[in-house]
Write a protein that binds this ligand. Sequence first.
Ligand SMILES: [Zn+2]
Length: 318
Amino acid sequence: MTIDIEPFFQQQCAAWPSAGANYSALNAVQTKELMVGQVQYRVQYNPGRITSSASQVDAESIANRPCFLCTDHLPSEQQTLGTYGHGYGHTYHILLNPYPIFPRHLTIKHVEHTRQLIFPTAPERLLDMLEFAEELPGYTIFYNGAKCGASAPDHFHFQVGNRGFMSIESQWRKLSPMELASFRSGKSTVYVLLGDLFRRALIVEGSDAGGIFELTEKVMHGVWGNTPEEPPVNLLAWYEGGRYTLCIIPRAAHRPRCYYAKGNARLLSSPGAVDLGGLFVLPRQEDFEKITGRHLAQILSEVCLYADYDWKITYSRL
Ligand SMILES: [Zn+2]
């Protein structure tokens, strides 16, 4: 079943003027392209994202603010597209994100106020994510772990944005065999993006959601071993031509050093799945103007985990 978001989108923009204005403003948003080695990134100057980029996500700040994803706290204009459950014990509502990065930007939130985590204790949420990817063709579903980009680490949610804006969706296929290690398990394959020097993402691909799920659990275990808490990770998933693609971006840090720097060294970048997928969102004009590929390389090298995944995955015996 395909979810048609267009009537809902139009209705929300009409009934909720501030959200509608934010989507109109997105038409005039400034962007530029930067290269990091052979990999292309896009940078977007988007002042509407300042609240998200600068949000306090420490436990005390989160405990002291009303949860903006709980139904009781939603603005009166914010409606729900529908209620979705996939048979894995979880139910979700789809909402319009009022501070868009994409021309169509949704939030898929759990109906209950329950922590942002998938691994290791709620892995079936990954199946929900893949199912949403199948139901929303033309879109990428993304997940920011609680420690790496989620501005609501206390309320489980995915986000949805149009495909075609994040370079990782297409660029990984252009890497040469030398730059791409691959391991096959059943009908699914995991690729380690060796040529993507500072990001080192992993891609799990296949036609069977159950196979992707099993292989992803093995990859997570291969990279991090047994962890009681969810390892810091960003996920992106999409579905095309009968195949699922899941991109796993292991993280080393929530924010780069430049986020905390003073004066001219400060660069307010708080990367999540979208940034690391290839679309860096900067809420301050001065940062947009000064950022170069060298800044991006530095940010990526600090926030992404660099490890010998190919070695670890080989030895975890897929
Ligand atoms: Zn909540």
